[in-house]
Design a binder for this molecule. Structure first.
Ligand code: SIN
Length: 285
């Protein structure tokens, strides 16, 4: 399938650059090959793309149903696009995506793909990391794999049921999020290991932002093993890293990677446009 694209791996576990493709001119065969590459490599990067918000939404729609994500304010004129923005004067604040996570894993049907396009990039810093959850699952011992395949976990929209960062916490004024919405705060149960619908490979599906506890166990009982899994899931050897440029497009598959935005660029403006593709109910092995 991927023979129609020129690709270059970023790291052994995940991430590939696709070279020489203008996504606005991608054929159906290119798109099919990109989808397959995403499922296999977890995240794909293309440099030097020229996309208006309309172009980005049109591209997103070619991968599946565009998900208008709840709880985050979207662009007024483009309701399917979120501006991932930190202004130069927003210092010492937490940023959107600044802890390892899979996007909106607390939804009944979490998004399959996320597409992020670099519009204004700091001169240095502001990189993003991804971590392969196929590699994380594969590296567990057989007994641990078996045990994890039999478990489910509770996901909630606000970290560990804290209902957001609290009234005095410094958060970005540039990414406005709904707080204390009961539909986001409710508990949703997903498998701890999910089977990817395209590759049929098993991937760990827990993350330190939204996963609260194992289903049927207390938070105290769950904590030691979850802490182990969170650390294991993001070991350096499972990751790849992107240095953004204006015009870089990153597409990732939330069913098999976690990601993290590195918040190390106080004093510079960083703006990316983000769209998402609707997903399916995660399935147990
Ligand atoms: C996100 O988590 O969607 C944002 C990632 C980034 O800003 O690099």
């Amino acid at each position: 399938m991927t023979h129609t694209l020129t690709t270059r791996p970023v790291a052994p576990a995940c991430g590939s650059f696709v070279e020489g493709l203008d996504v606005k001119r991608a054929t159906d065969a290119d798109l099919a090959a990109l989808s397959q590459l995403l499922a296999e490599r977890g995240v794909v990067f293309l440099r030097d793309q020229h996309l208006s918000p309309e172009d980005q939404v049109a591209l997103t729609a070619r991968f599946g149903e565009v998900l208008r994500v709840p709880y985050v304010k979207h662009l007024d004129e483009h309701p399917d696009v979120i501006a991932v923005l930190k202004e130069a004067d927003e210092k010492k604040i937490s940023t959107f995506g600044g802890t390892w996570h899979s996007d909106f894993s607390f939804l009944d049907q979490p998004p399959s793909l996320t597409i992020l396009y670099g519009r204004e990039i700091p001169p240095f810093g502001g990189d993003t990391l991804w971590s392969s959850q196929y590699a994380a699952f594969d590296a567990l011992s057989p007994r641990m794999q078996e045990m994890m395949c039999g478990l489910s976990a509770v996901q909630t929209g606000w970290p560990h049921g804290t209902k957001g960062p609290g009234p005095n916490a410094a958060v970005s004024r540039s990414v406005v999020m709904t707080r204390n919405d009961p539909t986001a705060d409710r508990e949703v149960i997903h498998p701890v290991v999910r089977v990817h619908p395209i590759t049929k490979r098993k991937a760990l599906f827990v993350n330190p932002v939204y996963t609260q506890r194992f289903d049927g166990m207390t938070e105290d009982e769950s904590k030691p093993l979850l802490s182990y899994l969170f650390a294991h899931a993001t070991k350096p050897e499972f990751t790849c890293r992107l240095q953004w440029e204006v015009g870089t497009l990153a597409l990732w598959d939330n069913r098999c990677v976690l990601h993290l935005a590195i918040n190390d660029y106080d004093g510079s403006r960083r703006l990316l446009h983000r769209t998402t593709v609707a997903g399916e109910t995660p399935i147990h092995p």
